[in-house]
Design a protein around this ligand. Structure first.
Ligand code: ATP
Ligand code: MG
Length: 376
């Protein structure tokens, strides 16, 4: 999959930008605060409708303007698709090939993106919420059904929690209604847990080798830590067990006015020889762990979606030592469209620069420095 061109209107520090990307490696260099991260962010928002670094969509709109627009043209297996997203202070409008798209689930699996950025380390070091958000996003890119089930689950969870609150303050409650709600919640929970489990199983088929290639250490694995146990082969048994489990848990849930267990409490760990890297890993080991997870995902996209995602690398090379940098570069090939930002071209090796399209960025203006012939 490649992003052929992008146009930005009043997005962050860009008033207007229109540019074409090369199908292989694109390097964007420039001083601090010129708009490198903003450009990668716009590509991310175009594909996934939300920013990777800001929860608030309004921040994406250029100061003192009313609306930000991102338009892009992608090519997947010879087929062109035009995506566009427009964000104002009230609405976000998605469209594909000039037709409005109402459901985010119909939009978000069209453009697949993997991003590496300096704050990525938070995925490993930060709270479980970061890791759940990550699982949700990646699985939604792979399977549009995941996004739908996950939304349904969140709605049911909210309704159940509201009812628990009611039960805490009021004895006059409809237990039939509450049980139906819980049963629906259980059905969705089983689907989500199974999809997450299978996804991490797929990641584990690749990440150990990738980690070893870069770090020269054996024994790297990702461990899924669901907050409730299910039987992965027998949904009926899982349903029965979970109904009992939630019943036992009910008094506590009423006291807390919330559902204490379920996919909304899941987590996963990065292990090196069974030890949690969050607790004992060096900064370098942690950084490569996150990189390995993301590089494994490229393999999953290739195998299960028959496409390569667009790879965005925001200033990641400056953080790595030379040997790790070279090991990582082996994974960046012309077969996968990559957009790299850096403050210093010296952070990148000459061979890489030679085969890349080069842009310089200055105050939200992109200047083309070097082309690559399309058949090169
Ligand atoms: N909504 C907005 N409207 C106008 N300008 C904005 C908006 N949001 C951010 N900016 C500005 O965009 C500029 C570029 O930010 P960006 O994060 O892209 O820089 P960068 O080139 O990645 O820098 P660094 O090398 O330090 O990471 C900053 O000066 C920032 O203040
Ligand atoms: Mg930046």
């Amino acid at each position: 999959m490649i992003l052929k061109k992008i146009e930005l209107i009043n997005f962050r520090n860009y008033e207007h930008l229109s540019t074409r990307f090369y199908k292989g490696i694109n390097i964007i260099y420039g001083d601090n605060a010129q708009g490198k991260t903003n450009l990668l962010e716009s590509i991310y928002v175009l594909g996934l409708t939300k920013s990777h670094r800001s929860f608030i969509d309004n921040n994406l709109i250029r100061k003192d303007k009313e609306k930000a627009i991102i338009k892009g043209s992608i090519n997947n297996g010879g087929l062109d698709t035009n995506l566009s997203i427009s964000i104002d202070y009230k609405n976000k409008i998605l469209s594909m090939d000039d037709s409005l798209i109402k459901k985010t689930s119909d939009y978000i699996s069209n453009m697949n993106i993997i991003i590496f950025y300096p704050d990525d380390l938070e995925l490993l070091k930060g709270s479980p919420q970061n890791r759940r958000k990550y699982l949700n996003l990646e699985l939604s890119q792979l399977y549009s059904n995941y996004y739908i089930v996950s939304n349904d689950y969140n709605k049911l969870l909210k309704m159940r929690n509201e009812y628990l609150k009611k039960m805490n303050f009021n004895n006059n409650v409809d237990m039939n209604y509450f049980d139906i709600l819980t049963n629906y919640l259980i059905d969705k929970a089983i689907i989500l847990i199974k999809m997450r489990y299978k996804y991490i199983e797929k990641i584990n088929a690749y990440c150990e080798t990738i980690y070893k290639d870069i770090m020269n250490l054996d024994g790297f694995q990702i461990k899924y830590c669901p907050s409730i146990d299910i039987d992965y082969k027998d949904d009926d048994l899982s349903r029965k067990n979970l109904k009992e489990f939630y019943k036992k848990q009910l008094n506590y849930d009423i006291k807390m006015c919330s559902t204490s267990y379920g996919p909304h409490k899941d987590d996963f760990e990065f292990l090196l020889n069974e030890n949690n890297l969050k607790l004992f890993g060096s900064q370098g080991q942690q950084r490569i762990a996150v990189l390995s997870l993301k590089l494994s995902e490229i393999e999953i996209f290739k195998k299960y979606k028959n496409t390569t995602p667009i790879l965005l690398l925001d200033d990641v090379f400056s953080e790595l030592s030379d040997d790790k940098k070279n090991n990582l570069l082996k994974y960046i090939s012309k077969d996968i469209q990559t957009i790299i930002t850096t403050t210093e071209l010296n952070n990148l090796n000459e061979k890489l620069i030679k085969k890349s399209k080069l842009f310089k960025i200055e105050s939200g203006k992109l200047i083309k420095i070097k082309e690559v012939k399309e058949n090169e």
